[in-house]
Design a binder for this molecule. Structure first.
Ligand code: HEM
Ligand code: SF4
Length: 549
Protein backbone atom coordinates (compact mmCIF):
# COMPACT_ATOMS: atom_id res chain seq x y z
CA UNK A 1 0.00 0.00 0.00
CA UNK A 2 0.96 3.66 -0.29
CA UNK A 3 3.55 4.86 2.23
CA UNK A 4 3.67 8.50 3.30
CA UNK A 5 6.61 10.62 2.23
CA UNK A 6 7.89 13.46 4.44
CA UNK A 7 5.31 15.91 3.09
CA UNK A 8 2.39 13.62 3.84
CA UNK A 9 3.74 13.00 7.33
CA UNK A 10 4.33 16.69 8.04
CA UNK A 11 0.78 17.51 6.99
CA UNK A 12 -0.85 15.09 9.43
CA UNK A 13 1.56 15.99 12.25
CA UNK A 14 0.90 19.69 11.82
CA UNK A 15 -2.84 19.16 11.67
CA UNK A 16 -2.79 17.16 14.92
CA UNK A 17 -0.77 19.92 16.62
CA UNK A 18 -3.17 22.60 15.37
CA UNK A 19 -6.15 20.68 16.65
CA UNK A 20 -4.49 20.23 20.04
CA UNK A 21 -4.17 24.00 20.29
CA UNK A 22 -7.71 24.63 19.04
CA UNK A 23 -9.14 22.19 21.57
CA UNK A 24 -7.14 23.78 24.37
CA UNK A 25 -8.47 27.21 23.44
CA UNK A 26 -12.00 25.83 23.29
CA UNK A 27 -11.79 24.39 26.79
CA UNK A 28 -10.24 27.63 28.07
CA UNK A 29 -13.26 29.50 26.72
CA UNK A 30 -11.21 31.38 24.11
CA UNK A 31 -13.11 29.74 21.26
CA UNK A 32 -16.89 29.64 21.36
CA UNK A 33 -18.93 26.57 20.51
CA UNK A 34 -19.69 28.23 17.20
CA UNK A 35 -16.04 28.96 16.42
CA UNK A 36 -14.97 25.46 17.41
CA UNK A 37 -17.63 23.74 15.29
CA UNK A 38 -15.99 24.13 11.85
CA UNK A 39 -12.59 23.31 13.33
CA UNK A 40 -13.77 20.05 14.81
CA UNK A 41 -15.75 19.12 11.71
CA UNK A 42 -12.63 19.61 9.61
CA UNK A 43 -11.21 16.80 11.72
CA UNK A 44 -14.17 14.46 11.48
CA UNK A 45 -15.51 15.19 14.95
CA UNK A 46 -19.31 15.22 15.22
CA UNK A 47 -21.47 15.55 18.30
CA UNK A 48 -23.97 12.71 18.34
CA UNK A 49 -26.83 11.32 20.41
CA UNK A 50 -24.83 10.03 23.34
CA UNK A 51 -21.34 11.31 22.74
CA UNK A 52 -19.04 12.78 20.13
CA UNK A 53 -18.32 10.65 17.09
CA UNK A 54 -14.97 10.64 15.32
CA UNK A 55 -14.70 9.45 11.73
CA UNK A 56 -11.24 8.24 10.77
CA UNK A 57 -10.24 8.25 7.10
CA UNK A 58 -9.18 4.99 5.52
CA UNK A 59 -8.08 5.95 1.99
CA UNK A 60 -9.58 3.46 -0.47
CA UNK A 61 -9.98 1.10 2.46
CA UNK A 62 -6.35 0.06 3.01
CA UNK A 63 -5.14 -0.62 6.53
CA UNK A 64 -1.72 -1.91 7.50
CA UNK A 65 -1.27 -4.14 10.54
CA UNK A 66 0.31 -1.37 12.63
CA UNK A 67 -2.61 0.91 11.79
CA UNK A 68 -5.09 -1.75 12.91
CA UNK A 69 -3.17 -2.10 16.16
CA UNK A 70 -3.22 1.64 16.73
CA UNK A 71 -6.96 1.81 16.08
CA UNK A 72 -7.38 -1.07 18.54
CA UNK A 73 -5.34 0.81 21.12
CA UNK A 74 -7.33 4.02 20.58
CA UNK A 75 -10.65 2.18 20.85
CA UNK A 76 -9.54 0.51 24.06
CA UNK A 77 -8.08 3.54 25.79
CA UNK A 78 -10.32 6.35 24.55
CA UNK A 79 -13.53 4.58 23.60
CA UNK A 80 -15.52 1.51 24.62
CA UNK A 81 -13.22 -1.07 23.05
CA UNK A 82 -14.83 -1.36 19.65
CA UNK A 83 -15.07 0.52 16.35
CA UNK A 84 -17.51 0.68 13.48
CA UNK A 85 -16.61 0.14 9.82
CA UNK A 86 -18.74 2.28 7.52
CA UNK A 87 -19.99 1.99 3.94
CA UNK A 88 -17.41 4.57 2.87
CA UNK A 89 -14.56 2.30 3.96
CA UNK A 90 -13.89 4.55 6.98
CA UNK A 91 -13.83 3.81 10.70
CA UNK A 92 -16.01 5.48 13.32
CA UNK A 93 -15.46 5.81 17.04
CA UNK A 94 -18.76 6.27 18.80
CA UNK A 95 -17.77 7.37 22.28
CA UNK A 96 -14.57 9.43 22.36
CA UNK A 97 -14.29 12.46 24.64
CA UNK A 98 -13.63 15.79 22.92
CA UNK A 99 -10.65 16.41 25.20
CA UNK A 100 -9.07 13.13 24.10
CA UNK A 101 -9.36 13.80 20.37
CA UNK A 102 -6.05 15.73 20.07
CA UNK A 103 -4.12 12.77 21.42
CA UNK A 104 -6.14 10.39 19.25
CA UNK A 105 -5.17 12.43 16.19
CA UNK A 106 -1.52 12.36 17.28
CA UNK A 107 -1.67 8.60 17.74
CA UNK A 108 -3.26 8.27 14.30
CA UNK A 109 -0.63 10.52 12.71
CA UNK A 110 2.11 8.30 14.16
CA UNK A 111 0.83 5.49 11.90
CA UNK A 112 0.06 7.65 8.85
CA UNK A 113 -3.62 8.10 9.58
CA UNK A 114 -5.89 11.09 10.16
CA UNK A 115 -9.48 12.32 10.21
CA UNK A 116 -9.04 15.26 7.82
CA UNK A 117 -11.96 15.86 5.46
CA UNK A 118 -14.02 13.03 6.90
CA UNK A 119 -16.81 15.53 7.41
CA UNK A 120 -17.71 18.99 6.17
CA UNK A 121 -18.51 20.23 2.69
CA UNK A 122 -15.34 19.09 1.01
CA UNK A 123 -14.08 16.17 -1.04
CA UNK A 124 -14.33 13.13 1.21
CA UNK A 125 -12.40 9.89 1.33
CA UNK A 126 -12.02 8.46 -2.18
CA UNK A 127 -13.29 4.90 -2.14
CA UNK A 128 -12.51 1.95 -4.36
CA UNK A 129 -12.92 -1.72 -5.13
CA UNK A 130 -11.76 -3.89 -2.22
CA UNK A 131 -10.44 -6.33 -4.81
CA UNK A 132 -8.32 -3.67 -6.55
CA UNK A 133 -5.07 -5.05 -7.89
CA UNK A 134 -5.97 -8.70 -7.31
CA UNK A 135 -9.12 -9.41 -9.31
CA UNK A 136 -8.77 -11.04 -12.69
CA UNK A 137 -11.39 -8.86 -14.40
CA UNK A 138 -9.51 -5.60 -13.83
CA UNK A 139 -8.62 -3.27 -16.72
CA UNK A 140 -6.06 -1.58 -14.46
CA UNK A 141 -5.38 -1.16 -10.77
CA UNK A 142 -7.44 1.88 -9.63
CA UNK A 143 -5.51 2.52 -6.40
CA UNK A 144 -2.76 4.78 -7.77
CA UNK A 145 -5.50 7.03 -9.17
CA UNK A 146 -7.31 7.02 -5.83
CA UNK A 147 -4.06 8.12 -4.21
CA UNK A 148 -3.54 10.83 -6.83
CA UNK A 149 -7.07 12.08 -6.17
CA UNK A 150 -6.48 11.91 -2.42
CA UNK A 151 -3.41 14.10 -2.67
CA UNK A 152 -5.03 16.51 -5.10
CA UNK A 153 -8.16 16.88 -3.01
CA UNK A 154 -6.63 17.04 0.49
CA UNK A 155 -6.75 20.66 1.62
CA UNK A 156 -7.46 21.82 -1.94
CA UNK A 157 -8.07 25.51 -1.25
CA UNK A 158 -10.71 25.96 -3.95
CA UNK A 159 -12.80 23.02 -2.78
CA UNK A 160 -12.71 23.38 1.00
CA UNK A 161 -16.17 25.00 1.13
CA UNK A 162 -18.30 23.32 -1.48
CA UNK A 163 -22.09 23.61 -1.38
CA UNK A 164 -22.14 20.15 0.21
CA UNK A 165 -19.97 17.10 0.85
CA UNK A 166 -18.48 15.45 -2.21
CA UNK A 167 -17.71 11.78 -2.74
CA UNK A 168 -15.58 10.17 -5.44
CA UNK A 169 -15.23 6.43 -6.09
CA UNK A 170 -12.92 4.73 -8.57
CA UNK A 171 -13.04 1.21 -9.95
CA UNK A 172 -10.75 -0.58 -12.35
CA UNK A 173 -13.02 -3.51 -13.13
CA UNK A 174 -16.19 -3.94 -15.15
CA UNK A 175 -17.86 -5.61 -12.14
CA UNK A 176 -18.59 -2.66 -9.94
CA UNK A 177 -17.72 -3.39 -6.33
CA UNK A 178 -17.31 0.27 -5.40
CA UNK A 179 -20.86 1.54 -6.09
CA UNK A 180 -19.48 4.17 -8.49
CA UNK A 181 -22.93 4.97 -9.86
CA UNK A 182 -24.15 6.28 -6.51
CA UNK A 183 -21.29 8.72 -5.96
CA UNK A 184 -20.99 12.40 -6.80
CA UNK A 185 -18.32 11.35 -9.28
CA UNK A 186 -17.79 7.73 -10.25
CA UNK A 187 -14.74 6.82 -12.32
CA UNK A 188 -14.38 3.55 -14.20
CA UNK A 189 -11.12 2.56 -15.85
CA UNK A 190 -12.06 1.43 -19.35
CA UNK A 191 -10.32 0.61 -22.62
CA UNK A 192 -11.30 2.50 -25.78
CA UNK A 193 -11.48 1.16 -29.32
CA UNK A 194 -7.79 2.05 -29.82
CA UNK A 195 -6.88 -0.10 -26.82
CA UNK A 196 -5.90 2.85 -24.61
CA UNK A 197 -6.90 2.90 -20.97
CA UNK A 198 -8.74 5.94 -19.60
CA UNK A 199 -11.77 6.80 -17.52
CA UNK A 200 -15.49 6.68 -18.01
CA UNK A 201 -16.79 9.59 -15.96
CA UNK A 202 -20.13 9.27 -14.16
CA UNK A 203 -21.61 12.25 -12.38
CA UNK A 204 -24.49 13.07 -10.08
CA UNK A 205 -25.23 9.81 -8.37
CA UNK A 206 -26.04 9.69 -4.70
CA UNK A 207 -28.28 8.28 -2.01
CA UNK A 208 -29.94 10.18 0.81
CA UNK A 209 -33.36 11.77 0.51
CA UNK A 210 -33.20 12.09 -3.29
CA UNK A 211 -31.48 8.94 -4.48
CA UNK A 212 -30.21 9.16 -8.05
CA UNK A 213 -28.17 6.88 -10.28
CA UNK A 214 -25.26 8.82 -11.80
CA UNK A 215 -25.05 9.64 -15.51
CA UNK A 216 -22.12 9.18 -17.84
CA UNK A 217 -20.81 12.57 -18.97
CA UNK A 218 -17.72 11.29 -20.70
CA UNK A 219 -17.25 7.85 -22.13
CA UNK A 220 -13.50 8.15 -22.38
CA UNK A 221 -11.21 10.55 -20.60
CA UNK A 222 -7.48 10.13 -21.23
CA UNK A 223 -5.57 9.53 -18.00
CA UNK A 224 -3.45 12.61 -18.44
CA UNK A 225 -6.59 14.75 -18.19
CA UNK A 226 -7.93 13.22 -15.01
CA UNK A 227 -7.21 16.04 -12.57
CA UNK A 228 -8.10 18.92 -14.87
CA UNK A 229 -11.39 17.26 -15.74
CA UNK A 230 -12.22 16.60 -12.08
CA UNK A 231 -11.29 20.21 -11.38
CA UNK A 232 -13.67 21.38 -14.12
CA UNK A 233 -16.56 19.33 -12.70
CA UNK A 234 -15.90 20.62 -9.19
CA UNK A 235 -15.73 24.20 -10.46
CA UNK A 236 -19.08 23.97 -12.20
CA UNK A 237 -20.57 22.48 -9.05
CA UNK A 238 -18.89 24.99 -6.76
CA UNK A 239 -20.17 27.87 -8.86
CA UNK A 240 -23.68 26.67 -9.62
CA UNK A 241 -24.54 24.19 -6.87
CA UNK A 242 -27.29 25.49 -4.59
CA UNK A 243 -26.27 26.94 -1.29
CA UNK A 244 -29.70 28.16 -0.22
CA UNK A 245 -31.08 24.74 0.65
CA UNK A 246 -28.95 22.03 2.22
CA UNK A 247 -31.21 19.33 0.83
CA UNK A 248 -30.77 20.56 -2.71
CA UNK A 249 -27.08 21.30 -2.53
CA UNK A 250 -25.61 18.05 -3.84
CA UNK A 251 -24.26 17.82 -7.38
CA UNK A 252 -26.97 15.27 -8.20
CA UNK A 253 -29.61 18.01 -7.85
CA UNK A 254 -27.58 20.40 -10.01
CA UNK A 255 -27.20 17.78 -12.76
CA UNK A 256 -30.90 17.00 -12.51
CA UNK A 257 -31.96 20.64 -12.64
CA UNK A 258 -29.57 21.65 -15.44
CA UNK A 259 -30.05 18.45 -17.40
CA UNK A 260 -27.09 16.22 -18.05
CA UNK A 261 -26.37 17.72 -21.48
CA UNK A 262 -26.17 21.28 -20.22
CA UNK A 263 -24.07 20.11 -17.29
CA UNK A 264 -21.69 18.32 -19.62
CA UNK A 265 -21.36 21.41 -21.80
CA UNK A 266 -20.61 23.59 -18.79
CA UNK A 267 -17.91 21.16 -17.68
CA UNK A 268 -16.37 20.95 -21.14
CA UNK A 269 -16.31 24.73 -21.37
CA UNK A 270 -14.63 25.08 -18.00
CA UNK A 271 -12.25 22.34 -18.96
CA UNK A 272 -11.14 24.03 -22.19
CA UNK A 273 -9.67 26.78 -20.06
CA UNK A 274 -7.56 24.49 -17.87
CA UNK A 275 -6.96 21.37 -19.93
CA UNK A 276 -3.25 20.71 -20.10
CA UNK A 277 -2.36 23.03 -17.20
CA UNK A 278 -1.44 20.18 -14.87
CA UNK A 279 -1.41 17.02 -16.93
CA UNK A 280 -1.02 13.65 -15.31
CA UNK A 281 1.99 12.54 -17.33
CA UNK A 282 2.95 8.89 -17.57
CA UNK A 283 5.99 9.36 -15.34
CA UNK A 284 3.86 10.82 -12.56
CA UNK A 285 1.42 7.94 -12.80
CA UNK A 286 4.34 5.51 -12.80
CA UNK A 287 5.68 7.14 -9.61
CA UNK A 288 2.38 6.45 -7.84
CA UNK A 289 2.09 2.98 -9.29
CA UNK A 290 5.56 2.15 -8.00
CA UNK A 291 4.45 3.06 -4.47
CA UNK A 292 1.88 0.30 -4.55
CA UNK A 293 4.50 -2.37 -4.22
CA UNK A 294 3.31 -5.69 -5.57
CA UNK A 295 3.56 -8.32 -2.86
CA UNK A 296 6.29 -10.93 -3.27
CA UNK A 297 4.02 -13.73 -4.38
CA UNK A 298 5.37 -17.20 -3.91
CA UNK A 299 5.89 -18.59 -7.42
CA UNK A 300 5.45 -22.11 -6.07
CA UNK A 301 2.13 -21.38 -4.38
CA UNK A 302 0.18 -22.92 -7.24
CA UNK A 303 2.17 -26.12 -7.25
CA UNK A 304 1.13 -27.33 -3.84
CA UNK A 305 -1.82 -29.61 -3.53
CA UNK A 306 -4.34 -28.30 -1.05
CA UNK A 307 -7.59 -29.75 -2.36
CA UNK A 308 -7.76 -32.47 0.31
CA UNK A 309 -8.08 -29.84 3.00
CA UNK A 310 -11.23 -28.58 1.38
CA UNK A 311 -12.76 -31.99 1.73
CA UNK A 312 -11.90 -32.18 5.41
CA UNK A 313 -14.88 -30.28 6.69
CA UNK A 314 -18.23 -29.23 5.32
CA UNK A 315 -18.01 -26.03 7.34
CA UNK A 316 -14.68 -25.11 5.79
CA UNK A 317 -16.03 -25.87 2.31
CA UNK A 318 -18.95 -23.51 2.91
CA UNK A 319 -16.63 -20.76 4.05
CA UNK A 320 -14.38 -21.38 1.06
CA UNK A 321 -17.32 -21.23 -1.34
CA UNK A 322 -18.93 -18.10 0.10
CA UNK A 323 -16.17 -16.06 1.75
CA UNK A 324 -13.29 -16.45 -0.72
CA UNK A 325 -12.96 -15.47 -4.37
CA UNK A 326 -10.41 -16.08 -7.09
CA UNK A 327 -7.15 -14.16 -7.32
CA UNK A 328 -5.29 -13.26 -10.46
CA UNK A 329 -2.12 -14.97 -9.23
CA UNK A 330 -2.33 -18.78 -9.35
CA UNK A 331 -2.18 -20.39 -5.94
CA UNK A 332 -3.69 -17.38 -4.16
CA UNK A 333 -7.21 -16.44 -3.11
CA UNK A 334 -8.99 -13.37 -1.78
CA UNK A 335 -10.63 -13.86 1.61
CA UNK A 336 -13.58 -11.90 3.01
CA UNK A 337 -13.82 -11.56 6.79
CA UNK A 338 -17.49 -11.30 7.67
CA UNK A 339 -18.27 -8.52 10.14
CA UNK A 340 -21.81 -9.90 10.25
CA UNK A 341 -21.81 -12.75 12.78
CA UNK A 342 -25.03 -13.37 14.71
CA UNK A 343 -25.74 -10.95 17.53
CA UNK A 344 -23.28 -8.23 16.45
CA UNK A 345 -24.11 -4.80 15.04
CA UNK A 346 -23.10 -5.00 11.35
CA UNK A 347 -19.64 -3.52 10.88
CA UNK A 348 -18.53 -3.54 14.53
CA UNK A 349 -15.17 -4.92 15.60
CA UNK A 350 -13.57 -5.04 19.06
CA UNK A 351 -10.02 -4.01 19.91
CA UNK A 352 -9.11 -7.66 20.50
CA UNK A 353 -10.44 -8.64 17.10
CA UNK A 354 -8.59 -5.75 15.43
CA UNK A 355 -5.34 -6.90 17.01
CA UNK A 356 -5.88 -10.48 15.92
CA UNK A 357 -6.76 -9.28 12.41
CA UNK A 358 -3.46 -7.36 12.44
CA UNK A 359 -1.54 -10.52 13.42
CA UNK A 360 -3.38 -12.61 10.85
CA UNK A 361 -2.91 -10.22 7.95
CA UNK A 362 0.81 -10.10 8.75
CA UNK A 363 0.97 -13.83 8.73
CA UNK A 364 -1.29 -14.57 5.79
CA UNK A 365 -1.75 -11.48 3.62
CA UNK A 366 1.40 -9.35 3.44
CA UNK A 367 0.37 -7.22 6.41
CA UNK A 368 -2.56 -5.40 4.80
CA UNK A 369 -6.34 -5.55 5.36
CA UNK A 370 -8.94 -3.81 3.25
CA UNK A 371 -12.39 -2.54 4.15
CA UNK A 372 -15.41 -2.90 1.86
CA UNK A 373 -18.45 -0.71 1.25
CA UNK A 374 -20.58 -3.58 2.49
CA UNK A 375 -18.92 -3.22 5.93
CA UNK A 376 -16.71 -6.30 5.77
CA UNK A 377 -12.93 -6.81 5.63
CA UNK A 378 -10.74 -8.42 2.99
CA UNK A 379 -7.40 -10.21 3.04
CA UNK A 380 -6.44 -9.78 -0.58
CA UNK A 381 -3.46 -12.12 -0.94
CA UNK A 382 -3.84 -15.42 0.82
CA UNK A 383 -2.00 -18.54 -0.28
CA UNK A 384 -4.46 -21.32 -0.95
CA UNK A 385 -2.43 -23.66 1.19
CA UNK A 386 -2.92 -21.30 4.15
CA UNK A 387 -6.69 -21.11 3.81
CA UNK A 388 -7.53 -23.91 6.20
CA UNK A 389 -5.33 -22.50 8.94
CA UNK A 390 -6.58 -19.00 8.38
CA UNK A 391 -10.17 -20.17 8.52
CA UNK A 392 -9.55 -21.84 11.89
CA UNK A 393 -7.95 -18.69 13.23
CA UNK A 394 -10.78 -16.50 11.94
CA UNK A 395 -13.35 -18.80 13.49
CA UNK A 396 -11.71 -18.28 16.88
CA UNK A 397 -12.33 -14.55 16.63
CA UNK A 398 -15.83 -14.84 15.17
CA UNK A 399 -14.91 -13.47 11.74
CA UNK A 400 -15.55 -16.58 9.67
CA UNK A 401 -19.36 -16.53 9.40
CA UNK A 402 -19.83 -17.93 5.89
CA UNK A 403 -22.47 -15.44 4.80
CA UNK A 404 -20.77 -12.97 2.42
CA UNK A 405 -23.31 -11.69 -0.10
CA UNK A 406 -26.13 -13.59 1.61
CA UNK A 407 -29.22 -12.21 3.25
CA UNK A 408 -27.59 -11.82 6.69
CA UNK A 409 -24.65 -9.85 5.24
CA UNK A 410 -26.67 -6.68 5.73
CA UNK A 411 -25.50 -3.10 5.39
CA UNK A 412 -26.82 -1.20 8.37
CA UNK A 413 -26.34 2.34 9.67
CA UNK A 414 -26.13 3.05 13.43
CA UNK A 415 -29.72 4.38 13.56
CA UNK A 416 -31.32 5.40 16.84
CA UNK A 417 -28.66 3.65 18.87
CA UNK A 418 -26.06 6.32 18.09
CA UNK A 419 -27.20 8.75 15.47
CA UNK A 420 -28.81 12.06 16.42
CA UNK A 421 -30.59 12.26 13.06
CA UNK A 422 -32.26 8.86 13.23
CA UNK A 423 -36.01 8.29 13.05
CA UNK A 424 -35.85 4.66 13.93
CA UNK A 425 -33.54 1.86 15.05
CA UNK A 426 -31.71 -0.13 12.49
CA UNK A 427 -29.33 -2.39 14.42
CA UNK A 428 -32.10 -4.13 16.39
CA UNK A 429 -34.20 -4.58 13.23
CA UNK A 430 -31.19 -6.10 11.47
CA UNK A 431 -30.96 -8.43 14.50
CA UNK A 432 -34.63 -9.46 14.12
CA UNK A 433 -34.10 -10.30 10.46
CA UNK A 434 -30.88 -12.12 11.23
CA UNK A 435 -32.51 -14.40 13.77
CA UNK A 436 -35.22 -15.28 11.27
CA UNK A 437 -32.69 -16.44 8.70
CA UNK A 438 -30.05 -18.21 10.69
CA UNK A 439 -30.23 -21.47 8.74
CA UNK A 440 -27.20 -21.23 6.47
CA UNK A 441 -28.35 -23.92 4.06
CA UNK A 442 -31.51 -21.94 3.48
CA UNK A 443 -29.45 -18.79 2.90
CA UNK A 444 -27.28 -20.59 0.36
CA UNK A 445 -30.37 -21.82 -1.42
CA UNK A 446 -31.58 -18.23 -1.65
CA UNK A 447 -28.32 -17.11 -3.25
CA UNK A 448 -27.03 -13.55 -3.16
CA UNK A 449 -29.43 -11.09 -1.59
CA UNK A 450 -28.47 -7.61 -0.49
CA UNK A 451 -30.52 -6.27 2.42
CA UNK A 452 -29.73 -2.64 3.35
CA UNK A 453 -31.11 -0.70 6.31
CA UNK A 454 -31.05 3.01 7.18
CA UNK A 455 -32.52 4.66 10.24
CA UNK A 456 -33.59 7.75 8.26
CA UNK A 457 -33.79 9.06 4.74
CA UNK A 458 -30.17 10.23 4.76
CA UNK A 459 -29.52 6.74 3.56
CA UNK A 460 -26.23 5.92 5.28
CA UNK A 461 -27.23 2.25 5.08
CA UNK A 462 -27.74 2.44 1.27
CA UNK A 463 -31.38 1.32 1.61
CA UNK A 464 -32.38 2.75 -1.79
CA UNK A 465 -29.99 0.41 -3.58
CA UNK A 466 -30.68 -2.72 -1.51
CA UNK A 467 -32.29 -5.67 -3.29
CA UNK A 468 -34.44 -5.35 -0.21
CA UNK A 469 -34.23 -1.84 1.24
CA UNK A 470 -35.49 -0.94 4.69
CA UNK A 471 -35.91 2.67 5.74
CA UNK A 472 -36.84 3.76 9.24
CA UNK A 473 -39.53 6.44 9.44
CA UNK A 474 -41.09 8.17 12.39
CA UNK A 475 -44.87 8.04 12.70
CA UNK A 476 -46.11 10.05 15.64
CA UNK A 477 -43.17 9.04 17.75
CA UNK A 478 -43.24 5.38 16.72
CA UNK A 479 -40.72 3.51 14.63
CA UNK A 480 -42.03 2.31 11.27
CA UNK A 481 -40.26 0.95 8.21
CA UNK A 482 -40.70 1.46 4.50
CA UNK A 483 -39.68 -1.46 2.35
CA UNK A 484 -38.32 -1.22 -1.20
CA UNK A 485 -37.47 -3.97 -3.66
CA UNK A 486 -35.19 -4.22 -6.66
CA UNK A 487 -32.40 -1.75 -5.88
CA UNK A 488 -28.77 -2.36 -6.79
CA UNK A 489 -25.53 -0.41 -6.57
CA UNK A 490 -23.59 -2.76 -8.86
CA UNK A 491 -23.02 -2.42 -12.63
CA UNK A 492 -26.77 -2.76 -13.15
CA UNK A 493 -27.43 0.02 -10.62
CA UNK A 494 -31.08 0.81 -9.93
CA UNK A 495 -33.25 2.28 -7.21
CA UNK A 496 -35.65 0.10 -5.30
CA UNK A 497 -39.39 0.46 -5.72
CA UNK A 498 -41.69 1.03 -2.74
CA UNK A 499 -43.63 -2.03 -1.77
CA UNK A 500 -46.49 -0.25 -0.03
CA UNK A 501 -47.30 1.38 3.30
CA UNK A 502 -44.66 1.28 6.01
CA UNK A 503 -44.76 -1.66 8.42
CA UNK A 504 -44.43 -1.65 12.21
CA UNK A 505 -41.13 -2.53 13.83
CA UNK A 506 -42.20 -5.97 14.99
CA UNK A 507 -43.36 -6.82 11.47
CA UNK A 508 -40.19 -6.11 9.54
CA UNK A 509 -38.78 -9.62 9.88
CA UNK A 510 -42.19 -11.11 8.94
CA UNK A 511 -42.28 -8.86 5.90
CA UNK A 512 -38.82 -9.89 4.77
CA UNK A 513 -39.81 -13.50 5.28
CA UNK A 514 -42.95 -13.05 3.17
CA UNK A 515 -40.86 -11.42 0.43
CA UNK A 516 -38.40 -14.28 0.47
CA UNK A 517 -41.14 -16.92 0.38
CA UNK A 518 -42.69 -15.16 -2.59
CA UNK A 519 -39.34 -15.21 -4.34
CA UNK A 520 -38.90 -18.92 -3.65
CA UNK A 521 -42.34 -19.58 -5.15
CA UNK A 522 -41.80 -17.43 -8.21
CA UNK A 523 -38.17 -17.92 -9.14
CA UNK A 524 -37.18 -19.80 -12.23
CA UNK A 525 -34.41 -22.31 -11.85
CA UNK A 526 -31.23 -20.62 -10.54
CA UNK A 527 -32.77 -17.21 -10.96
CA UNK A 528 -31.25 -14.73 -8.49
CA UNK A 529 -33.54 -12.69 -6.24
CA UNK A 530 -32.92 -9.42 -8.06
CA UNK A 531 -33.66 -10.98 -11.45
CA UNK A 532 -36.96 -12.38 -10.18
CA UNK A 533 -38.00 -9.01 -8.78
CA UNK A 534 -37.11 -7.35 -12.07
CA UNK A 535 -38.97 -9.96 -14.07
CA UNK A 536 -42.22 -10.08 -12.10
CA UNK A 537 -42.25 -6.56 -10.61
CA UNK A 538 -43.22 -5.71 -7.05
CA UNK A 539 -46.93 -6.53 -7.27
CA UNK A 540 -46.80 -10.24 -6.37
CA UNK A 541 -44.61 -9.36 -3.38
CA UNK A 542 -46.93 -6.61 -2.35
CA UNK A 543 -49.99 -8.87 -2.52
CA UNK A 544 -48.35 -11.44 -0.31
CA UNK A 545 -46.99 -8.98 2.24
CA UNK A 546 -50.18 -6.99 2.64
CA UNK A 547 -52.57 -9.96 2.32
CA UNK A 548 -53.44 -9.89 6.00
CA UNK A 549 -53.35 -6.16 6.55
C1 HEM B 1 -23.93 8.64 13.44
C2 HEM B 1 -23.27 9.34 12.58
C3 HEM B 1 -23.75 9.74 11.21
C4 HEM B 1 -24.32 10.90 10.83
C5 HEM B 1 -24.64 12.09 11.70
C6 HEM B 1 -24.56 10.83 9.42
C7 HEM B 1 -25.13 11.83 8.67
C8 HEM B 1 -25.45 11.72 7.35
C9 HEM B 1 -26.21 12.67 6.61
C10 HEM B 1 -26.76 13.95 7.17
C11 HEM B 1 -26.32 12.21 5.35
C12 HEM B 1 -27.09 12.86 4.21
C13 HEM B 1 -26.24 13.63 3.38
C14 HEM B 1 -26.84 14.05 2.07
O1 HEM B 1 -27.61 13.30 1.45
O2 HEM B 1 -26.51 15.13 1.63
C15 HEM B 1 -25.60 10.98 5.29
C16 HEM B 1 -25.44 10.21 4.16
C17 HEM B 1 -24.64 9.10 4.09
N1 HEM B 1 -23.91 8.55 5.13
FE1 HEM B 1 -24.06 9.08 7.04
N2 HEM B 1 -24.14 9.64 8.97
C18 HEM B 1 -23.63 8.94 10.03
C19 HEM B 1 -23.11 7.69 10.02
C20 HEM B 1 -22.86 6.99 8.88
C21 HEM B 1 -22.41 5.65 8.88
C22 HEM B 1 -22.10 4.80 10.11
C23 HEM B 1 -22.28 5.30 7.59
C24 HEM B 1 -21.91 3.95 7.07
C25 HEM B 1 -22.49 2.85 7.57
C26 HEM B 1 -22.61 6.45 6.78
C27 HEM B 1 -22.57 6.51 5.41
C28 HEM B 1 -23.30 7.42 4.66
C29 HEM B 1 -23.59 7.26 3.26
C30 HEM B 1 -23.06 6.16 2.35
C31 HEM B 1 -24.45 8.30 2.90
C32 HEM B 1 -25.07 8.43 1.53
C33 HEM B 1 -25.36 9.72 1.05
C34 HEM B 1 -24.68 10.09 -0.22
O3 HEM B 1 -25.17 9.81 -1.32
O4 HEM B 1 -23.65 10.73 -0.14
N3 HEM B 1 -22.99 7.45 7.60
N4 HEM B 1 -25.08 10.70 6.51
S1 SF4 C 1 -29.22 6.98 7.82
FE1 SF4 C 1 -29.92 8.49 9.24
S2 SF4 C 1 -30.01 7.31 11.13
FE2 SF4 C 1 -28.67 6.20 9.81
S3 SF4 C 1 -26.64 6.99 10.31
FE3 SF4 C 1 -27.40 8.11 8.54
S4 SF4 C 1 -28.22 9.94 9.42
FE4 SF4 C 1 -28.07 8.47 11.08
Amino acid sequence: MYTYDEHDQRLVDERAAQFRDQTRRYFEGKLTEEQFLPLRLQNGLYIQRHAPMLRIAVPYGHLAARQLRMVAHIARVYDKGYVHFTTRQNIQLNWPKVEDVPVILEDLASVQMHAIQTSGNCIRNTTSDPLAGVCADEVEDPRPYCEIIRQWSTLHPEFAFLPRKFKIAVTGAPSDRAAVRVHDIGLRLVRNAAGEVGFEVIVGGGLGRTPIIGKVIREFLPKRDLLTYLEAILRVYNLHGRRDNKFKARIKILVKEMGVEAFREAVEKEWQAIQGTFPLEDDIIAWYQARFVRPQYDPRAAEKDWEDERGRQAEFSAWYAHNTVSHKVPGYRVVFLSLKPPGVAPGDLTSEQLERVADLCERYSFGVTRTTHTQNLVFADVRQTDLFELWQALKEINLATPNIGKLTDMICCPGLDYCALANASSISVAGDIYRRFEDLDYLYDLGDIRVNLSGCMNGCGHHSVGHIGILGVDKKGEEWYQITLGGSSADDASLGERLGPAVAKDQVADTVEAIIKTYVDLRLEDEPFLATVRRVGVTPFKERVYANH
